[in-house]
Design a protein around this ligand. Structure first.
Ligand SMILES: [Zn+2]
Length: 457
């Protein structure tokens, strides 16, 4: 029987909040949904304010109201970002590159930015220029209850586009589906200098002589598998003593996954990870980049420090595994303009892989309630998530892994590597015969997943 995974609308904001309390935070967590909007109103609607004609500037935010921008929609900082709101400005006291401030173009729905495509984003600000500016794209259903809420975003470096107190970015420099824009955001802070925002608007012209730099190549960001009916486990860092258990599950369930592997871990002779991942490669799994020493690399002071994280990871893969990969998962999911640009400086067409299903093992695996990893998995899959982040750092996570796999099989969705689920022409073809084993799944399975082995058809 196919279990239904129901979506608890009321619990959305509370279940998001743990994201803000640990360091392992995905960049740009969805902003809270204003409570006065009902789910029915939000779903599948485009922003309802009158569409300005081509060539009409649009004032998005002058920061006169602490809760609403000039369009009447939500603006605000992520929970951990200290801010001070005055009449006509907001001052941000950032301490972490994951912190962010969003100003929305609709009530968490899709806003069609295409009529503005020849225009410019203009920001009036003072203080730090050490941050990123992003234009955020909604998910395909324009439904803020779905996972991921933001399907992707494109990002520029504030410093390159600013002079004095002005920042102008051609909207064409944001490579997203602009028919589904949801917000403008400020994030990727790599300095503790304050940033004060006075105005965010769309304008038709830039001041005479204002220099607009060329768009730099950068890595494309994915949180969601694109191939229909696909699902991928992206597995990050692990413990050597749990490798055998993970391998056994993968073999028995006949699935292929993607491992995101840190360079320093591979070089650690004691951990023996280079042999482990050579074996994983032999078995057909994808091995992808995860930085050299697992820091929030967007927060590093210098480009040189960011480059070292990327280059040493690439070199270690070549030397110890004999492979190259253009797939990269940023530690903690932290991405900003510099990380994305530097990846593109070393890799052709890099793909940056975040997630739409977070098992939250970093939060619950060692807690008194490890079963909340299960809740997190089913919550995000229920919202449409299909690209997982998990680790094998704790036996409790590994214990739930088989149940996760069996569940996905039971709803007739194909589990595959990340490159396969993103329809990469260079990925090996997905082999449905290998994936022939369809486990059955029962709803009442708060049991040890081992108990379910005998139920396989
Ligand atoms: Zn990691």
């Amino acid at each position: 029987m196919r279990p239904t995974v129901s979506l608890a609308w009321a619990s959305l904001s509370t279940s998001l909040s743990p994201l803000f309390f640990a360091s392992a935070v995905q960049l740009l967590p969805p902003p809270p949904i204003p409570s006065r909007f009902t789910a029915a109103f939000i779903q599948n609607q485009t922003a309802s304010f009158p569409h300005p004609k081509n060539g009409t500037p649009l004032v998005i935010d002058t920061f006169t109201d602490p809760d609403r921008n000039d369009l009447g929609f939500w603006h605000g900082p992520s929970t951990s970002l200290a801010s001070e709101h005055g009449n006509g400005y907001v001052r941000l006291y950032s301490s972490d590159p994951d912190q962010n401030y969003h100003t929305e173009l609709g009530p968490a729905t899709c806003f069609d930015m295409q009529p503005y495509k020849h225009m410019y984003l203009h920001v009036v600000f003072s203080g730090s220029t050490k941050f990123s500016v992003s234009l955020n794209q909604h998910n395909q259903k324009c439904d803020s209850r779905r996972s991921p809420f933001l399907e992707t975003w494109d990002t520029v470096e504030a410093e390159r586009y600013s002079r004095g107190n002005d920042l102008y970015v051609p909207l064409a420099h944001f490579d997203i589906d602009q028919s589904r824009t949801v917000s403008v955001s400020f994030h990727g802070f790599f300095s503790r200098e304050t940033l004060t925002l006075y105005k965010v608007e769309i304008v038709t012209e830039i001041p005479w002589g204002f220099y607009i730099p060329p768009k730099l190549e950068n890595g494309k960001l994915y949180l969601h598998c694109t191939r229909p009916n696909s699902f991928a486990f992206g597995i990050d860092d692990g413990m050597p003593h749990l490798v055998q258990d993970v391998m056994k599950i993968l073999e028995e369930e006949k699935i292929l996954v993607t491992f995101f592997v840190v360079g320093a871990g591979l070089r650690d002779k004691e951990a023996n990870f280079s042999q482990v991942y050579k074996e994983m490669l032999r078995r057909g799994h994808q091995i992808a980049l995860h930085s050299d020493t697992h820091q929030q690399i967007e927060g590093l002071d210098t480009i040189k420090a960011i480059d070292e994280e990327i280059v040493h990871n690439i070199e270690t893969f070549q030397r110890l595994l004999g492979i190259q990969s253009r797939y990269f998962r940023p530690p903690y999911g932290t991405v900003g303009a510099r990380t994305r640009q530097r990846l593109a400086a070393y890799l052709k067409d890099p793909r940056i892989i975040n997630w739409s299903v977070d098992v939250e093992d970093w939060l619950w695996a060692e807690s008194k309630t490890p079963e909340r990893q299960r809740d997190a998995f089913f919550r995000d899959v229920g919202r449409g998530g299909n690209l997982v982040v998990m680790h094998y750092l704790s036996p409790t996570t590994v214990q739930y892994f088989r149940e996760f796999i069996r569940f996905v099989k039971s709803i007739n969705v194909d589990i595959m590597r990340v490159d396969q689920c993103l329809e990469d022409p260079d990925s090996p073809p997905f082999d449905p015969y290998r994936y022939r084993q369809r486990g059955r799944y029962r709803v009442e399975s708060n049991r040890n997943p081992e108990d379910q082995q005998g139920e396989t058809g």
